[in-house]
Ligand binder design. Structure first.
Ligand code: ADP
Ligand code: MG
Length: 420
């Protein structure tokens, strides 16, 4: 079909069952089917996948989707296959495929059946694949989680840096970059690295008006404070993030002893226990998960009512991602972080021994965390400003939803806290 002949709403309904686009999706889809380089910045859950899946389904040729995690790719391929009678409509190309499987993928692409081809960045470097892809019709290349390109991102992948070179070899095809990382630094890096200064850029707001942000000084009484907070929120689901596995176990036990149903979650537990604890949380057999950052990737419980940071995270992006797991359903979400400068020093210590460039970035990111924690201004404004977004702290949506705006403190109080 030619782009101007496509009835996008009809295709949206047909393939995904939705009657409306969400946010900027329609504009993004239009940009892609018109053959433009396109850059999409939307928070997690914003609906980025559809932005490239729908164009891929309606355009001629195969779209290549680069994604960093095999599990994510498999999920998406399964989802696409479930909406089509044609199994070959989507494929994953990676090193685990047998020769026969690779041949099947290739023949489906040649036959024009495959609309979406998911590849890990390291597979895309294989000469055999590059040669094959040079000979077939491609619609565009989508680079999901595009922040992996940037050292300023939270998930830098060196293989992502080479993508532009490979894509160039495949011909003159549009590139679509997508990310939930909103910092201007990372965005600049992405556009520069993909060499697409002309890209149509679509950025959704990162404001989460239903989340209440609060920072409390971390004192010796933190444990009692957390227990009190949870008891005041009885029956509600929450996540407590800790820096270390040891702390996770300690806090989970502490809560249990105090009559709160809680389970630990961290990468040191075996896969079966982790899955069990995650399920218990999703099924509401427990109220609280105490976790390291290993918990959360792909967690989508809509009614998480609070996220507590026992330890302050290493960047405001991590903080935003982790607090963002609260209130997905649009209902209340209390984000409570405990802060002490000692914890910042601890995080700094983790960085010693790393390459200098990485250390410098790490320190700069930490300084932003410090400034956020110590600020007496609107936390929402601070956070959104960090993401390159302006916010009206008086009339903006969710303007009174933080500790500083609810109970403005005077400068002296603010300084006292900092000294703790
Ligand atoms: P992201 O990659 O931005 O984090 P996803 O692509 O995973 O987000 O989409 C998040 C959720 O939004 C999914 O459950 C998806 O089905 C849903 N979604 C996407 N587009 C629409 C739409 N137009 N209408 C309703 N739900 C949508
Ligand atoms: Mg996504």
């Amino acid at each position: 079909m030619k782009p101007n002949e496509i009835d996008l709403h009809k295709e949206l309904k047909k393939y995904f069952g939705f009657s409306q686009f969400k946010g900027l999706q329609e504009q993004v889809v239009n940009s892609i089917i018109s053959g433009n380089n396109t850059f999409v910045i939307m928070p997690t859950g914003g609906g980025k996948s559809l932005c490239y899946q729908l164009p891929a389904l309606v355009l001629n040729g195969t779209a290549i989707v680069v994604s960093p995690l095999i599990a994510l790719m498999k999920n998406q391929v399964d989802a696409i296959r479930s909406i089509s009678s044609e199994n070959g409509i989507a494929h994953v190309l990676n090193s685990s495929l047998t020769k026969t499987e690779v041949n099947q993928v290739k023949s489906d692409i040649k036959a024009g059946i495959t609309k979406l081809l998911y590849v890990a960045p390291e597979s895309l470097t294989k000469e055999e694949y590059i040669q094959f892809l040079q000979e077939v019709e491609l619609s565009f290349v989508a680079i999901d989680e595009a922040h992996c390109i940037s050292e300023w991102g939270h998930d830098f992948r060196p293989e992502y840096r080479n993508l532009k070179n490979i894509i160039k070899q495949l011909g003159d095809i549009p590139i679509i970059g997508l990310t939930a990382t909103a910092t201007p630094k990372v965005q600049e890096d992405i556009l520069k690295n993909l060499d697409m200064p002309d890209a149509n850029t679509f950025k959704a707001s990162f404001n989460r008006p239903n989340l209440f942000y609060e920072v409390r000084p971390k004192t010796k009484n933190i444990e009692g404070d957390i227990i009190r907070f949870i008891k005041q929120n009885k029956g509600k689901s929450g996540v407590i993030y800790c820096l270390s596995r040891k702390k996770v176990e300690e806090i989970a036990q502490l809560l249990q002893v105090n009559g709160i149903s809680a389970v630990p979650y961290h990468a040191g537990l075996d896969a079966k226990t982790r899955a069990k604890h995650q399920d218990m949380f999703l099924m509401e057999d427990v109220e609280v998960v105490v976790a390291t950052i290993a918990f959360g990737m792909g967690i989508d419980k809509p009614d998480v009512r609070f996220v507590i940071h026992h330890d302050i995270p290493k960047s405001l992006e991590s903080y935003y991602q982790e607090t963002g797991r609260a209130g997905r359903d649009g209902g209340e979400g209390h984000c409570l972080a405990y802060y002490s400068y000692k914890d910042i020093e601890k995080l700094e210590k983790f960085m010693t021994g790393k390459p200098v460039a990485e250390q410098e970035i790490g320190y700069a990111l930490l300084q932003e965390v410090v400034a956020y924690a110590e600020t007496s201004m609107s936390r929402r404004k601070y956070l959104l400003h960090y993401f390159g977004e302006s916010f009206d702290e008086i009339n903006g949506e969710g303007a009174d939803m933080d500790d500083n705006m609810r109970n403005p403190k005077n400068k002296v109080e603010a300084q006292d806290e900092v000294k703790l």
